[in-house]
Design a binder for this molecule. Sequence first.
Ligand SMILES: NC(=O)C1=CN([C@@H]2O[C@H](COP(=O)(O)OP(=O)(O)OC[C@H]3O[C@@H](n4cnc5c(N)ncnc54)[C@H](OP(=O)(O)O)[C@@H]3O)[C@@H](O)[C@H]2O)[C@@H](O)CC1
Ligand SMILES: Nc1ncnc2c1ncn2[C@@H]1O[C@H](COP(=O)(O)OP(=O)(O)O)[C@@H](O)[C@H]1O
Ligand SMILES: [K+]
Length: 463
Amino acid sequence: MTQAADQILTVAQMQAAEQALIDNGETVESLMERAGAGAADWIWRLAAGRPVTILCGPGNNGGDGYVIARVLQERGLSISVVAPMEPGSEAAKTARDTWGGQPVDTAHGEVFVDCLFGTGQSRPLSNELVGTMRTLAASHNLRVAVDLPSGVDSDSGALLNDNLPEYTLTIALGAWKRAHWLMPAMAVMGERRLFDIGVGPVEDAIQLARRPGLSPPDADAHKYSRGLVGIAGGDMAGAGILAARAAQHGGAGYVKLSSPHSHPDLPADLVHDDSGDIASLVSDERMGALLIGPGLGQTDTARRKLTEVLKSGIALVLDADALTLLRPEMEIAFPGTVLATPHEGELDRLCKAFGIVAEGKLAKAAALHESTGMTVLAKGPDNVLVGNEGTRFFPPTSSWLSAAGTGDVLAGLAASRMAGGRSAFHAAEEAVQIHAEAARIAGPAFSAVELVNAIPAAYAQFL
Ligand SMILES: NC(=O)C1=CN([C@@H]2O[C@H](COP(=O)(O)OP(=O)(O)OC[C@H]3O[C@@H](n4cnc5c(N)ncnc54)[C@H](OP(=O)(O)O)[C@@H]3O)[C@@H](O)[C@H]2O)[C@@H](O)CC1
Ligand SMILES: Nc1ncnc2c1ncn2[C@@H]1O[C@H](COP(=O)(O)OP(=O)(O)O)[C@@H](O)[C@H]1O
Ligand SMILES: [K+]
């Protein structure tokens, strides 16, 4: 069921949703009034009595700016409006006339409000407009983008200009847009808030991931009922151990690491099969999910292991080397129960191997899902999850995750959730958020081992 508050719309979907409201008796003016007043409330709180400068563009985003100017002025704030372009739309003209003030050439204040362009941004800004924005942004301590920062492409999250300002707060109007959750735009938005103007649920909209609701093991749980995870390791022991550790903390009752190496740091509570015999791992009927890739290597033996695992019919997480080795001719028994977790480079390699030509992370992940039937989690600073259940975006997480081994931790977590009975899609949805919470708890400059150690505390946040 689509949740209106969590839906993420394209410009076309947003326009259709606004049209549906208008067909139901609203007008562009009444929607603008509601949107502008809602944004003004947030800006009022942020400004706390300090002067506000509003940059208004020619379209309805500029119209929102004139509504904000009027509402805040009526509440007694000192407001300056900078308007390098005349209002073009009827609603924006009405909003400016109702405000009734005189724009100024430039202003210094405490809060800068960007109402230059929103979803109607159709091309890069002129150098002159970028200069105006930068000057205003630099002379105000707090910066608010209304709906979207100007210069951002709403559907792709691309920045259409260099040297755009960074914001303290971005207030999405009516619904989230894709750019609110996609890099590089996501990184300049600061805090994000959504103001509801009555937009209803839109069919097939991308959703923001739901906060996981985890539970403790059932009263009569035993180690197998909680889930048995197998990790098919290979040449590099460390990555497999990290993933196995994460799987132990991710809810599974039993984790078995199959790798032909012993390692001085092998935990005593991890079951280790040093024969590395893949046939015995996949023949274990209690196996709830199997992870292959971290530390696997790219040798012929690794390829043979992958081929066997793909045929096993066990729910799988494919990461790292397994993604590099995967080829269209390899038979996957049940692609619907397979989760692939590529980072950007692995996603590109997979697309090449599967003959996919697509632009951008979302299109690549969607095409890979379509072509293989696997659920695809395209990782990075922004995470995009595509599966039979739909598409999910995620809130930004700690940039300290950019450390070697954190992907192995995520893969182990996802396998653990799958062994516990989640679908590939929901396992990934939960794993990304447990991982993000562990990163928050681990604080700055953590290593992958410290991230693993923070998982139980992260898990507790969702109980
Ligand atoms: N519709 C509704 O019911 C509601 C909408 N709401 C608000 O409206 C916003 C969308 O409004 P919008 O569609 O008018 O687009 P907006 O972003 O203001 O810009 C369009 C104008 O900019 C121009 N332009 C574009 N790029 C340019 C460039 N680089 N350099 C120069 N010019 C450029 C473009 O010109 P054109 O491309 O036609 O030449 C056009 O004139 C939305 O984000 C939300 O804030 C809310 O009030 C709630 C109700
Ligand atoms: N700048 C960043 N901000 C937030 N998360 C990041 C960032 N860079 C990487 N990550 C996350 O860290 C993990 C890195 O995974 P991956 O690249 O596979 O690393 P490795 O193979 O070394 O384990 C992924 O979960 C990814 O989403
Ligand atoms: K804006």
